[in-house]
Design a protein. Structure first.
Length: 185
């Protein structure tokens, strides 16, 4: 597996992130526990979390408020670090020890792509942007998510994933993925 899906997810989410305005930072998001500001912090911090996991290092603390500064530049830096970590020799083929258990590097890269893309969708929804993001990538991520996300990862409070929702007739691939991950579309 290559980092191409992650790089595509990064590009999609970056395009959404560049259109977020400071007056939207306090708005609610499809992630019930987070405002736009908190979601940005998760999106940017997630890139560093993925990089640390791919490198076999413990994740760094998540207390940085990226939304208080140039969050696009912070995302760019984190994303470059994440992609570089997954591109390091042998990472995709080895088992990684992560805070939630062991996982093959390629599977963790897939999780990173799905997380990055899904939270880009959340950010688009929260800020009134188009949610029809990267249709081919969204379709591929949906196939992967359906193969790897069982009901054991779902909870009514949306812990890791909320209960699967039904996307409306004719929904975009990104909206279908969001519904599968528990978002109301």
């Amino acid at each position: 597996m290559s980092t191409e899906p992650l790089e595509q997810a990064i590009a999609s989410t970056r395009a959404v992130l560049t259109n977020v305005t400071p007056d939207q930072l306090g708005a609610s998001t499809p992630c019930a526990k987070w405002t736009v500001s908190e979601l940005i912090n998760h999106i940017v911090g997630g890139q560093y979390f993925f990089a640390a996991g791919a490198a076999g290092a413990p994740p760094a603390g998540g207390d940085t408020d990226y939304s208080a500064g140039d969050y696009v530049a912070a995302f760019d830096e984190g994303a470059a670090t994440s992609v570089a970590a997954f591109n390091a020799e042998g990472v995709m083929g080895k088992m990684l020890t992560l805070p939630f258990g062991e996982m093959p590097g390629a599977a963790f890269a897939g999780l990173a792509a799905t997380d990055t893309f899904a939270h880009g969708w959340d950010l688009a929804k929260a800020t009134g942007q188009d949610t029809d993001l990267a249709p081919d990538l969204a379709a591929n991520l949906l196939v992967g998510a359906k193969a790897s996300i069982s009901d054991a990862f779902r909870s009514p409070d949306g812990g890791v994933f909320g209960p699967e929702r039904t996307a409306p007739e004719g929904a975009s691939n990104a909206d279908q993925l969001a519904a599968f991950l528990g978002r109301t579309v």
